[in-house]
Ligand binder design. Sequence first.
Ligand code: SF4
Length: 300
Amino acid sequence: MVPLSHCELCPRRCGADRLSGATGFCGAGKNVRIYRWGLHDGEEPPVSGTRGSGTVFFSHCTLRCLYCQNFPWSQGRQGGDVSVQRLADIFIDLAARGAHNLNLVTPTMWLPQISQAATLVREQAGIRLPFVYNTSGYERIPVAEAYSDLMDIVLTDLRYASPQSAAEGSRARDYVDASRAFAEWAWRKVGPLDIGSDGIARRGLICRILVLPGRAAEACDTLHWIARTLGNEVHVSVMSQYTPVYKAPDTPGWDRPVTLEEYTRVTDCLEDLGFENGWTQEYGTETPETLHGWEMPAGG
Ligand code: SF4
């Protein structure tokens, strides 16, 4: 268990005493804050399945990208505080509604509390659904080891291949090393995606690559790294949906969508490297601006 009295859950290692009211770079305090929860059909097909992924969008973020589509809750503090028991009850409710898994979106700064809630879910309801650890990839290995019970399926971003881009986009010059180390660790820990006869993922790694404007070469660099280090049987999800929102419209170099040429360069690279498992997005796919029909947190 990593103490919240000296938080070092993510590579920023602020050391904030979150138990005494201090907050670090991510802005997270003592009590879990969540923005929305519900059955979600927007993940990769073996994760969403037919009934949906039981998803909790956690508030705050350790990365805080300047182009974040979720900025109202990742950086704008939106959401509601919930107790550990309330979080457990949400997981139990999602399971009762038929969720294929329990999907933790941006969970890093809440790992100790989520771990406590997971114990309650097992003890109080006997539920053992796979957890999906849905992360920006900005992780620390000792922390991942400590909370690997929450990582049956690891859905991790590999967002940058250059420290310069990571510094510009997310003020995290060390992101490339951290995210690659985490992907390597996850590959050793959970291995390739294990999909049951029902088409639903039970365990394994999915790497997500969001193509960024002017940075198709970086996405290709990342694909080369995956092929070289993990092998090309890894499930890879290449996304074209970058939208210049939040601070991006006012930031040169980040203020436009990805072009079709840029996206095609990356999907060609995927093919050239022999990746056969995974998904690409149809160019021009947009993500919804709001999460209609989702439950608000109902208080602690
Ligand atoms: S999780 Fe938040 S408080 Fe903890 S080290 Fe990271 S940025 Fe700092």
